[in-house]
Every structure is written in structure tokens, then in C-alpha cells.
Design a protein around this ligand. Sequence first.
Ligand code: ING
Length: 308
Amino acid sequence: MRNVRIAAAQLGPIQKADRRQAVVARMLDLMEQAAALKVGLIVYPELALTTFFPRWYHEDVGDADIWFEREMPNAATAPLFARAKQHGMAMSFGYAELTPDGHRFNASILVDKAGGIAGKYRKVHLPGHAELDEARAFQHLEKRYFEPGDLGFPVFRMHGGIYGMCICNDRRWPETWRVLGLQGVEMVVLGFNTPSVNSQKSGEGPETRIFHHKLSLQAGAYQNSTWVVAVAKAGVEDGHPLFGASCIVDPDGRIVAESATEADELIVHDCDLDATRFGKETIFDFKRHRRVEHYGRITGQVGVEVPE
Ligand code: ING
């Protein structure tokens, strides 16, 4: 039994005008709630420090740098690192990273109980578009503001477990999960900011989109026998709705905890990392069952190649 008490710390909306300090104060409130429950790891959403700014078009990409962090930790996030260390709590959160040599990534980090950065991930699958698209009901300009991640899908040994990260759209791609699964991942933590409606397909509302969200998490968890902690930034940001449905999913693919609101909300669950063993040693014992000689298209092709 290797139990980890996990908190998914969902954040409600962050308005364009909200300052990072106000957001960090909300994150600290959730951390205090988690500490009272003796949580070992707290997980916050994607781009946790700011509004989901890729919905806003900046003609000069440099004007969007106001949404980015140039170092981590920094003045705004130092209180998070200090308080987590004080509580002996590990944490993960997403943020927009601007590197010293001018590269921009949608990033997330894993911070251990001693306050050290144990791992970093940069979002590989960037949805949306790079140029202003007037045909859309709203913009989704992640391809404008971020480069695809250049760190792959690493896993990290931390506090007796094997942890991995992904971010939002990554959860829709089975490759994300399998690359982590092939490294023995026991818990995948991820944040997401997902619009409640489809900017290109009127009529597709939160019911369908939450179904696809859960389907992706449950399949990833089951098919790689891993825990999954998925944490939303939710609610209406400057008129744009994001759904909640933060979930903790067990290695059998069952949702064992789910948020009930679109506000700041903590959901907590005791996760036994040893519960991943049975799946990894039987039905998803990759070395006994996989036939890689037939999988070449998965890395040999990018798009579809239909027969003559
Ligand atoms: N958001 C959305 C996500 O993948 C999206 C974008 C929604 C793509 C629905 C496809 C369908 O959850 C982010 N931030 O990736």
C-alpha cells in the first residue's frame, strides 16, 4: 500500500483584469484546506496564474508577454512554494513560460515536498490556430502564443511514486498516455481550460464536451493502469464559459471523485499507487502483449494516408 492523499484544486474563473497576487491568494486558500486534510500532493489547473489568454488576439505576439512567467519560482509564486514546503506538501501547477532565450511554452511543474522543482513539462499538443479566425465564435490562439513542447513526455520519481504530467489537449491523444505508460507511470496529473461550447460547431455544448473529456481521462487511465488527476480552470472568464468536471480517475478507469461546481473547489481522494500493479502485470503487461512490429504508422506518419 503506497497511499498518497491527493487534492485536485479546481480554480473558478480568472478575469483578464485579475492580478496574479489575487489568484495566488485563492490558490493558498485551497492549499490551507488541503493541509487541514493532510494532503500529500495538490494539483492546480493549466495556466493557473492568469485568465485563459489564448482567447485574446494580440497582433504583436510580444504584447502577450504580460501573461508569461520569466522565471519559476518568481515574486508572484514564491508564497506558493514557501507555504507548500511549510506544509510538507508536493504541488503541481501550469503556467505560461517565457524562457531567457525567448521561447514560449504552455508549461507545468511538479514541486516536491521540500519545495524543489522535481519535474517540468511543456504542452506538446497545441489546439486551435495561429492567426485571427473571424469565422470562430471565439479565438483559441495557442498555436500563436506557444511552441510545441520540446521535453517529450517525461516521468519523475518523487516520494516513492512515478509521476507524469500532461496538459489539457494532450489528454485527447492516446500517444500521450502510452508514452507515459511505457515509462511505468503510476499517476498522471494535468490541468485543463476547456471552453463549454465549440467555437466552430454551434450546438455542441458542455454535455458532449464533458463526455469527451471524461472519455479521454478514463481511457488513458485504464489502458495504462495509472491514476489520473485532472483539474479545471472553470467558470465564466470575461463572458467565456469553461467547464469544470475536475476528476480523479483510478487505474481501472473509474472516476472516484469529481468537482460539483465551476468555482474554487477542492476534491480529495486517497490514491494507493500499488493499485496500478495488477493492470500493469496482467492485461496491460506491455512487454508480454504489445506487437510493436505492427505499430510503425504511429510514429512514421503524421496525417492520414488513405488506400488507392
Ligand atoms: N483546451 C481545449 C481542450 O483540448 C479543445 C481545446 C476543446 C480542443 C475541445 C478540442 C475539443 O480541452 C485546451 N486548452 O487545450
